[in-house]
Structures are given as C-alpha cells and as structure tokens.
Design a protein around this ligand. Structure first.
Ligand code: 3H9
Length: 657
C-alpha cells in the first residue's frame, strides 16, 4: 500500500495521504510526503498541488505511538519547510479533522479549504507536549494572537466556520471539497510564486497581558506543564524572528515528549481508546439506537435524554404521570437552552434536538424503542417495579438498561423474562457532559446488550468502561474506600480542609470533602445505613460523617456540611472540628500530624489497594480501565496517568533500582 499517492491532472497534482485509521504522520508517511514534495518541485508541468487525506479525515497529527521514542528522519518540521518553500502553491483540502501535525501541515501550505463539518486544532497540550512542527509560530501569523493562545493552550479543536472567521481557512467548500481546493490552487498559481506563511508578520500581541494569562493558566492547569510551555512558546513567537522561534519551539517540544507527564497522558489516550473494546462483538450487532426510551425525567433521566436528542436519537421520555413527564421535558429544554446561551450549541440544532423528544406516561408507547434506559429513583423496589412493567410491554429483542450507581444489576435482571437483555449503565451527572459511562455486565448479560452499551457510548461520545456487579462498580467503590480512609485520617489528627488542600495541590479539581458537600452527604449516609446490618462489627468504622448528617449538615444544599457556606464560599467550621475532636477522643487513636505527602500517599495507596481487589475479583477487566474511570469520572489528574499507572510505574522503578 502506498501511504502517499500523487495523481497529476490538468496541470495540477493531487497528493493523497492514505494511512488508516486517521492518516497520522508516522515516519513512512513523512518520508513519502517529502519524496512527493521533492519530485513535484522539479516538475515544470505542475502549477499547483492539492493535498488531502484519504477517508474521513485529513490528518490527525503525529503518530502518537512514536512520540515517546527518539524522533527519526525525516523530521516533520523539515517536511513542512520543504512544502512551504515549494516553487508552486500547495493547498490543503481538509475533511474531518486537521489536528496537531495535521494542522501544522495545513498551515505550511499556501492555502486552506475545508468541509463545513471539519474541525481544526492543536491538541498537543492534551498529550503533555506543545506543537513541534511550527504550530506556535505559524498559527499567530494566520490568526489573531488571542485566538492562537486560546487554541494552543486550551487544546480544543475549533469548527471550520470559526476557523474561516479568524483567518485560518481561506474557504469552506459548499459542495465538493477537492473541486473547491482545485479552484483555490489555480487562483494561487496565477498569482506567481507562493508566499510562505512563515514570512508573514506575526499578529500583534499588544493586547495580551502575558503575565496575567500565565497566572490564570497556572490555576486552571492544576500542575499540567504543557499549557504553560505552549504559552511561553507563543510569547517567543510574538517577540523573536521566526527562525529563532521555530528552533525554540522544537527544543521545548523534544524536551516535553520525554517528560513524565507526556508519558502519562499518552497512556491515558490509548487506555481510553482500548476501554470498552471487549463489549463489541463481531457476530452480534447492537440494537438500533435511532429510537430510545428513557424512564424517569429527574436530573439523571433528563440528562440522559438530553445527551440522546443532541446525538440525533428520537427519545420517548416516560414518567409516572403527564405533569411529571412535562417537568422532565422542561428540564431537557432548559439544559439545551443553557447550551445555546453559553454559545456551545446553535439555535437550529437546539430546536431540532428538542423536536426529537416526546413525553408521556404510557409504557406501551415504548414498544417501538430498541433500547430503554431506566433512570428512576435509586431504590431497588422502585426499579424492580419498573423492570417488570417494561418486561411486559417491550418486544423480546429490545435491550433494557438500568442507570444505577450502586444497585445489584443481577437482582434486577431476575425480575425479567430474559436476563440476557439487561445491562447496567452508570451515567455521571451532568449526563450530557460527563465523558465516562460504566457499562455494567450482569451475570447473564448477553452479547447484544453489551454491544449496545458500546454503541450507545460511541453515539454519545462517551468512554465506556466495563464493570462487573459489585457495590459501587469501579469508580464509586474506589471512592467509598478512599473516602473512608480520609475519615480515618480525621480520627488520627488531620482536618478536612488539610486533606482537600493536599488533593487540590496534587491536581484534583476538588478535595473529597468538598465533593461530598457538593453532591450531598445523604446519599452515602443512606448507603451506610443500608449496609449496617451486614457490616463486620469488628471492622474499623468512622462515625464523623454520620454525625454531620444527624446534625442536618447534608452539604451545600443545607448550607452546611464538612464546610460552612453562609458566605457562599466554603469556610472551615469550628463546629465540624468540635465533632472531629470528640470522635478523636472517643476513638482513642494516637494523634499525629499529616503532611500533604502523607495524605496523598495514603489516598493513593487506598485507591491502588481497592483497584487491585477489583482486578482480583474480576469486576474490572484491566488496570488501565480503572485509571480511565478515575481520570474521566472522578477528577484524578490526567497528567498523572491514574492510580494503577502510578503503582505499576513505582513497582517497575523499584525493580530497576
Ligand atoms: C502532534 O501532532 C505533535 C506535532 O505537533 C509535532 C510533531 C513533530 N496517532 O479516537 P478514535 C488511533 S501530537 C496514532 O477511536 P474517533 C486511535 O488510537 C498529535 N493513532 O476515533 C484509534 O486506534 P484503535 C496531535 C491515532 O473517530 C483510532 O485511531 N493529535 C492517532 O473517535 C481511532 O481513534 C491528536 O492529539 C494519532 N495521532 O476520533 C489527535 N489519532 O482503533 C488525537 C487517533 O487501534 N486523536 N489514533 O483504538 C483524536 O483526537 C481522535 O482519535 C480523532 C478520531 C478525532 C482523530
């Protein structure tokens, strides 16, 4: 197979990159692209070149698998420099995505056109690096510096329409992409020798307060270094000659590729893509997801319905009566309206999404749906009742899912005629935003139900992680375990604010006590009460959280929890400290002081021990899955890779030492 082909037609050359699945710029592609460039530069018959990607995408960047290795020639900056200095114009025809090195390639071309649905971005910071082939130097020569800062330090791709507005694209193809690129290539060829992007002046950065941006970014990045390095690189591009800025960028990129953070982020990138692969079956296709039923229009049900209508499915939302169903619809409509207000959703798309929602109270109306997701109150008796009603009306081939964060999926499946069609789906709130989906495989869950879980995740843009049945599945079980340990630390002399600060310094968005206040202390309290009869009386049990709940301190919603919220912000509270001190005295443990390192060592150790137990019990299929759960659903800092990654790393370092 040829990775780069050249087709000469009517005085133009069409270069196509063909490296499935996403046309990444691995060594052989770079080599072939350089050969194509050299051969075309010497061809007097070729007036201009159109470069495109075969398949859905233009180019998704460097080959991420190669990133941690010693770079091999030809280096991408050299390939791009050859294209940029070609005697004839090159035009990039962008379909799908142009990301990282892919966008750097497009920027080294002399013109850029894209399909309306294309996305362009420099997401290198998400992999712990910065653009390494001129991205930080060429982008601010094409778009205003503020846009370049936002794109490169944020790492989020932008839509083609936005790219056109800021000057990154010359045109958007109204119909045929290659025809549009051909027209631009011919026009540029008429204008004489092409102008290299790098020779353009850099957009002014007068309006940028670099120090203020850096300060803001330090807070936001929570220990991730790449965004700050990207900012420094852009600052250099704003001040230094292009050649100097290019060398500085390359040196930074090469230093970062071998960093611990980059290695951890690459690990998470591949772990996310490997997650859920076991759900797919070659023999058994998923059910059709164009029409999906949702039972329950509360926070979770409405969130799931929102995610589905935004993804293009028709949704039938069923509640116990018409007014409650209407309240569910209002919740979906409100969430969608908020997205429009925040500028993340177009008015037209919002209208179309809401039109895909119908509501009612009749279970029989669900019979057309191939999948029904139940998201009623987290109570086994209520859920059992829903499932037996569903079992009566749904056709035999339909898949039935329960959205649950704790309950026993096997016990629910027993209430139905065919347990093979039952699976658990643990969505995270807000369900239309959070990327994680735990797909719970019951004892009897069949291949079609599992394939449907994977297809649903794909449709909704979520990462599916398979979990077996146990209390809390993967994520909540690990969280419950380390939360317990944090409460033990309180009995031993630590304070909630100290533990939360240690977690935040480590890179978590919030500490465990602040998280509990946000979600409400009553959920875990109810669970502890339910478990009380089966609890081993000789096992250690911290009573502090129970006492807060008994005092009516249920978190933010009651104005008090682990913290006091009278002023709006979380403030440590002497009343909580008094409860802790009383419990310390009662427990009679030796008090000690805790450093941030002590606290994090204890938390990580607990996460790792529980993770090991999940693997041993077969609840989780792999250590990488556990890391994906913790990173995508529980705020574990992505640039640290995850608890299991760290455990494996320290054990291999121990062996090396
Ligand atoms: C860079 O470019 C550095 C330069 O500045 C400097 C260089 C000197 N490489 O996500 P999917 C694989 S850094 C290798 O499931 P989708 C992926 O592992 C790079 N493999 O599909 C999966 O493989 P498998 C900057 C890659 O349709 C398969 O493709 N670029 C790469 O949901 C399908 O992936 C990025 O950060 C790659 N670059 O999404 C872009 N990309 O089937 C990262 C994907 O074996 N990629 N694969 O599991 C993405 O954002 C998404 O994959 C993309 C497709 C949007 C492209």
């Amino acid at each position: 197979m040829s990775l780069v082909t050249i087709d000469r037609r009517n005085g133009l050359a069409y270069v196509t990159i063909d490296n499935p699945p996403v046309n990444s710029l691995g060594r052989s592609v770079r080599k072939n692209l350089l050969l194509a460039c050299t051969s075309l530069a010497a061809d007097k018959e070729v007036a201009a070149v159109v470069v495109s990607g075969k398949g859905r995408n233009f180019v998704a960047g460097a080959d991420i698998g190669e990133l941690g290795q010693t770079p091999s020639e030809p280096f991408l900056p050299d390939v791009l420099s050859a294209i940029e200095n070609a005697p004839m114009p090159w035009v990039a025809a962008i379909s799908g995505v142009a990301l990282g090195g892919g966008l750097e390639l497009a920027m080294a071309c002399h013109g850029r056109v894209a399909d309306r649905g294309a996305r362009l971005g420099l997401p290198e910071v998400n992999l712990g690096v910065i653009p390494g082939a001129g991205g930080t130097v060429r982008l601010p020569r094409l778009v205003p510096m503020a846009d370049a800062v936002s794109m490169i330090t944020g790492g989020k791709p932008i839509a083609a329409t936005h790219a056109l507005d800021i000057g990154l694209l010359d045109r958007i193809a109204q119909a045929d992409l290659i025809r549009c690129a051909t027209a631009l290539a011919q026009e540029l060829a008429q204008k004489g020798p092409p102008v290299p992007t790098i020779t353009r002046p850099c957009h002014s950065s007068d309006k940028i307060d670099w120090e203020a941006v850096e300060k803001q970014m330090k807070q936001k990045s929570r220990g991730a270094v790449a965004p700050l390095e990207a900012l420094s690189s852009l600052h250099t591009a704003a001040q230094a000659p292009a050649s100097e800025a290019l060398s500085a960028e390359r040196a930074r990129f090469l230093r970062l590729t071998t960093s611990e953070q980059a290695a951890a982020l690459r690990y998470v990138f591949f772990a996310e893509r490997a997650a859920g692969k076991s759900l797919r079956s070659h023999d058994t296709p998923p059910v059709d997801l164009r029409q999906v039923g949702v039972i329950g229009g509360g926070t979770m049900g409405a969130g799931i319905a929102t995610a589905l209508v935004l993804a293009g499915s028709q949704v039938r939302l069923v509640e116990r009566d018409a007014p409650v169903a209407e309240a569910g619809r209002a919740r979906v409509a409100q969430t969608i309206a908020d997205s429009v207000k925040r500028g993340v959703l177009a008015q037209g798309a919002a209208k179309a999404a809401i039109a895909r929602l119908s509501t009612g109270s009749d279970y029989a109306a669900l019979a057309d749906c191939a999948l029904v997701i139940e998201a009623v109150f987290e109570d086994m008796a209520v859920k059992r009742q829903v499932f037996s009603r569903l079992d009566a009306v749904m056709p035999a081939e339909a898949v039935l899912a329960t959205n649950t964060s704790y309950l026993d999926v096997d016990a629910l499946a027993e209430t139905t005629r065919d347990p093979a069609r039952i699976l658990g789906l643990h969505f995270f709130s807000p369900a239309h935003v959070m990327k994680l989906l735990e797909v719970v495989r019951g004892r009897e869950t069949g291949a079609r139900a599992l394939a449907t879980g994977a297809a649903l995740a794909r449709l909704l843009g979520k990462v599916p992680v398979v979990a077996g049945v146990c209390d809390g599945f993967i994520g909540n079980r690990i969280m419950a375990a380390y939360r317990r340990d944090c409460e033990f630390m309180l009995e031993e002399g630590a304070l909630p604010q100290q533990i939360d600060a240690a977690m935040q310094d480590y890179g978590f968005a919030m500490g465990i006590f602040a998280v509990q206040d946000l979600s409400g202390l009553d959920i875990a309290w109810a669970q502890r009460k339910a478990q009380a009869p089966s609890r081993d009386p000789s096992a250690r049990y911290a009573r502090i959280a129970d006492q807060l709940c008994e005092a009516g301190r249920l978190g933010r919603k009651t104005g008090q929890g682990w913290y006091d919220y009278a002023s709006g912000a979380a403030k440590s509270d002497p009343a909580v400290e008094a409860i802790i001190q009383a419990e310390q005295a009662r427990a009679g443990r030796k008090l000690r002081s805790f450093s941030a390192e002590d606290i994090m060592a204890r938390i990580l150790g607990r996460m790792q021990a529980e993770g090991a137990a999940l693997l041993q019990e077969g609840i989780s299929e792999s250590a990488a899955d556990i890391d994906v759960v913790m990173v995508t659903g529980y705020g574990f800092p992505r640039h640290k890779g995850g608890p299991m990654y760290l455990a494996a790393k320290s054990s291999s370092e121990g062996k090396d030492a």
